[in-house]
Unconditional design. Structure first.
Length: 245
């Protein structure tokens, strides 16, 4: 009997990450749910999924900004499930860093979450992924290609993640496929978004509406499980927003 593929999703307890987990689980994957602070949400999600297929979900804690966490996280997932077939680098930090007020600590924090941790997670996961012909999907941003005002460090870090995607697609080929998804307006930040600013953003989106987390999750599922001849690519899930940036 073939074992189901195992996918590690970082930042998976809430919001888009949780929808990615549910989508992959519904597609037949076992899921490793990484979280940092959202322990209650992560455990509730794992319990929900385990109730439908026992043993198919587990939670793993860790601050990805800590240098030793990425390799430990991968080791723990492989120890729990016995294999690793997919990695989704979803965890992210996002906040403005206007020129004149940005700090070195903000630089280190944004690059650690958005670029450094995905690199070292991929490096740690590569042996297991090679064994199983696995796949990596990085959650980038449409602002990796065109900068978001007042967010230079975040935009640079996501650009680094897009370059990492392309580099890994070369370096891990032909055994491991590596792609990226670039969401547009899917969920507003946890702090909310002023109504006028939200309306202005939607007005510049050709499809004239905000997307849904399920739109991102479906792109991730396709790249991980179905896109067998696709690597080094960026799939924009933005309603056409990138056309007008």
């Amino acid at each position: 009997m073939n074992k189901p593929p195992v996918v590690l999703v970082t930042g998976a307890a809430r919001r888009v990450g949780a929808v990615i987990v549910r989508t992959l689980h519904a597609a037949g994957c076992d899921v490793a749910i990484h979280y940092h602070r959202s322990a209650d949400e992560a455990r509730a999600l794992a319990a929900e999924l385990d109730a439908t297929r026992p043993g198919s979900a587990a939670t793993f804690a860790g601050a990805l900004g800590d240098a030793d966490v990425p390799s430990r996280l991968v080791d723990d997932v492989v120890a729990r499930f016995g294999r690793l077939d997919g990695l989704v680098n979803n965890a992210s930090s996002f906040y403005p860093t206007p020129i004149g007020t940005a700090t070195a600590q903000q630089w280190d924090d944004l690059f650690a979450a958005n670029a450094r941790a995905p690199f070292f997670l991929a490096q740690a996961a590569a042996p297991a992924l090679r064994t199983n012909g696995g796949s990596i999907v990085n959650i980038v941003d449409i602002y990796a290609e065109r900068p978001l005002a007042q967010h230079p460090i975040y935009s640079m870090a996501k650009a680094a993640l897009w370059m990492l995607t392309q580099s890994l697609a070369k370096d891990l080929a032909p055994d491991v496929r590596v792609n990226a998804v670039a969401p547009g307006a899917i969920l507003w930040p946890a702090s909310g978004k002023p109504e006028e600013a939200a309306e202005a953003l939607i007005a510049k989106t050709p499809l004239a509406r905000k997307g849904e987390p399920a739109d991102v999750a479906e792109a991730v599922r396709w790249l991980l499980l179905d896109a067998s001849y696709t690597t080094g690519q960026l799939v924009r899930v933005d309603g056409g927003r990138a056309l007008s940036i």
